[in-house]
Design a protein around this ligand. Structure first.
Ligand code: MIC
Ligand code: SF4
Length: 644
């Protein structure tokens, strides 16, 4: 067996491990963050359970950190009180980015984690099977319910050789993205193996598993070894170590090989993480912003690398450089060992330990400015600036370019030793344990927190107009943007709904309201990117009844089902034919869902054509849509003490 199969088989509570069939997996740990967490905890409360049921549940505050008005601070207070009451650890704002902190303080090899953030796979660098999902799936998991998904294929990536000077772990995942594209990982777990693994430490492995999310994959995972033990030892958690890995004769459904010896520094050009070219192809391009941080590249090692090359130098006068350390631990270490002074001396703008600019919370680049970021996503407008020019690269490329003011191949840097401290101070004072006396805890809600809207069960006939037709690879950032203006509204669905598709089509919301809802038509990989369920919840609130797409990204499809919107697959010619404003109708939708039919007839009264739309849903998903969404279905089907 490969490692993925081993962990799934140890956690399997429902179904058969046959590719494409639905399986239920027991959840050991959950992770939530504030931007998805308020909704997730409101949903958990709606389930009516007294306490979370998983071994570990942690609630982080790292996304909504700008407090330009009362909303975010109110949400933080709600999250802190609800965590105290229901048995959840609470990582306070300032303690760091959820994935980095979880890797350092909670990750355990061989365990299964579900997180309400698409970069949950970061902990795959620790030999965990860690999958991102919508907040509602995580709420159900906190209640003890299994996580349901289709049994993925396992793509084995064999790493050969060793990275050469100034070539980074980031270049490995950029190379995978270059080869597979943003849809190449759909339906697959990516498992790394081979002799090249040994040379990578846990930070490097986690950069790779983190950005594996950009492939659309279910998750990514590495085996554990002495490097993992060393990492845990530094964290004072050596007893959590367990050797996990594939059998010597393990097989994979698909296979790829990467020769680390021949890999060179790479960069993803705007506006997609798979738009990857060698750095030398864009070398010399003037750069106006360099940002180091995000859950991909903000570890102690990354920051020490950047600090080492910045020491005694100044950031180029045309460049604004900023840094957001991945965790308080990392921040504290660079302060203790003097690297922070090197950043300050060089002219770096030091931000707090949080997602920050990665989710458009500040540092939006100016008009036509080139921004180089060590982050994982450069989707259009995500930085907060329309028509942005965001390039994704390694910390080595970032620092080399910050000094010269133009995109620079880091192999021109000298060879300096990078000292990563081995003795680190462990201080968990920013992680609050849950209360021993839950009855005494009052859950505090501010006026920004509105109840979760529920949907009526789906009707037998669905009709309406096509409200929008999109192209391929539309991201949840297109559907439901984030950023400093919109993110504070995550716990207020009526308010956030006003921004659906706002950067793509300013009239979408008006049209949806005038038509009392309707349909969305999408291309391939519809809804890729983040796990934000607001990309389903807000359209549902506006009356969207069904989405027709060539195919869907995994998490977004699950989120549509969770909120009772019917996802239907259409072929290329149907897609070509359907246009915005067309009036569509489907008869017998409930019957089709009840009988398990795989197709319904879609009539287009504008073009007078009829098509077949495919219902590619598991029996469980059909029941959920029939019930009007997961909350209704779970409440009707699970005993109240636990959802197990
Ligand atoms: C992201 O990187 O897009 C986010 C913000 O972390 C999202 C979660 C969210 O939208 O709250 C993700 O990756 O799931
Ligand atoms: Fe935060 Fe960016 Fe990571 Fe998402 S990708 S969790 S916004 S740092």
């Amino acid at each position: 067996m490969n490692l993925t199969h081993k962990i799934i088989s140890e956690h399997l509570v429902d179904g058969q491990m046959v590719v494409g069939e639905e399986i239920g997996i027991k959840v050991d740990q959950t992770l939530t963050q504030d931007a998805t967490g308020t909704m997730s905890f409101l949903q958990f409360e709606a389930l009516g359970l007294p306490r979370v049921q998983t071994e570990v549940a942690v609630s982080y505050v790292d996304h909504n950190m700008l407090q330009t008005s009362f909303e975010n601070a109110d949400d933080h207070r709600y999250l802190q009180s609800v965590a105290q009451k229901y048995g959840v650890y609470f990582s306070r704002p300032g303690n760091g980015i959820c994935h980095q902190v979880h890797l350092e303080r909670f990750s355990v090899p061989g365990k299964f984690m579900l997180g309400s953030d698409s970069h949950t796979p970061t902990c795959g660098g620790m030999g965990m099977l860690a999958i991102g999902a919508g907040g509602l799936d995580v709420a159900v998991a906190m209640g003890g319910g299994p996580f349901y998904t289709k049994m993925p294929k396992v793509l084995g990536i064999q790493l050969k050789g060793k990275l050469q000077r100034h070539v980074a772990a980031k270049d490995i995942i950029l190379e995978v993205l270059r080869r597979l594209t943003v849809k190449g990982g759909v339906g697959k777990v990516i498992e790394y193996y081979g002799e090249g693994v040994k040379s990578l430490d846990v930070y490097q492995r986690s950069t790779i598993t983190n950005m594996g999310a950009e492939l659309g994959s279910t998750t990514s995972i590495f085996p554990t070894d002495e490097k993992t033990r060393e990492f845990l030892k530094r964290q004072g958690r050596e007893d959590a170590y367990q050797e996990v890995g594939p059998d010597a004769d393990a097989t994979y459904d698909e296979h790829l090989e990467i020769d680390l010896n021949t890999l060179e520094p790479l960069i993803a050009k705007p506006q997609s993480p798979d738009n990857v070219v060698p750095v030398r192809e864009v070398e010399g391009l003037a750069v106006q912003q360099v940002l180091v941080g995000s859950c991909t590249n903000s570890s102690l090692k990354d920051l020490m690398t950047v600090a080492t090359y910045l020491k005694g130098k100044k950031v180029h006068s045309d460049v604004s450089m900023a840094l957001s350390p991945g965790s308080k631990q990392v921040f504290q270490e660079i302060a203790r060992n003097g690297a922070l002074a090197d950043f300050i001396n060089a002219g770096v703008r030091v931000l707090e330990s949080a997602c920050g600019p990665c989710i458009g919370m500040g540092q939006a680049p100016g008009s036509d400015m080139v921004s180089l970021r060590t982050f994982n996503r450069n989707f259009a407008g995500r930085s907060g600036t329309k028509n942005d020019k965001v390039y994704l690269c390694s910390p080595e490329v970032a620092v080399a370019s910050a000094i010269t003011g133009k995109v620079t191949d880091p192999r021109s840097l000298p060879d300096l030793a990078i000292h990563v401290p081995t003795e680190i101070v462990i201080d968990d004072s920013m992680i609050l344990a849950p209360s021993d006396d839950p009855d005494s805890v009052e859950v505090l809600r501010g006026p920004n927190i509105k109840p979760v809207p529920l949907k009526e069960p789906v009707t037998n006939a669905l009709d309406g107009v096509v409200l929008i037709k999109t192209g391929d690879n539309v991201t949840t950032d297109h559907i439901m943007p984030a950023g400093a203006k919109i993110l504070p509204l995550r716990s207020n669905v009526p308010a956030i709904s006003e921004f659906v598709f706002c950067n793509v089509d300013a009239d979408f919301v008006k049209r949806a309201k005038e038509n009392h809802g309707g349909f969305i038509v999408g291309g391939e990989n519809y809804g890729q990117g983040s796990s934000r369920e607001h990309a389903a919840l807000a359209p549902m609130y506006l009356g969207v009844k069904a989405v027709f797409a060539k195919n869907f990204a995994r998490i977004h499809k699950d989120n549509l089902v969770n909120f009772g919107i019917v996802p239907l697959e259409i072929d290329g010619s149907t897609y070509d034919d359907l246009q915005q404003g067309h009036v569509l109708s489907m008869e017998g939708v409930r019957e089709a869902l009840e009988l398990g039919s795989t197709s319904v007839e879609l009539a287009n009264s504008s073009s007078k054509k009829k098509y077949a739309a495919k219902l590619n849903l598991t029996p469980r998903q059909r029941h959920i849509i029939l019930a009007g969404g997961t909350l209704n279905w779970t409440r009707a089907n699970a005993p109240q003490a636990s959802l197990a």
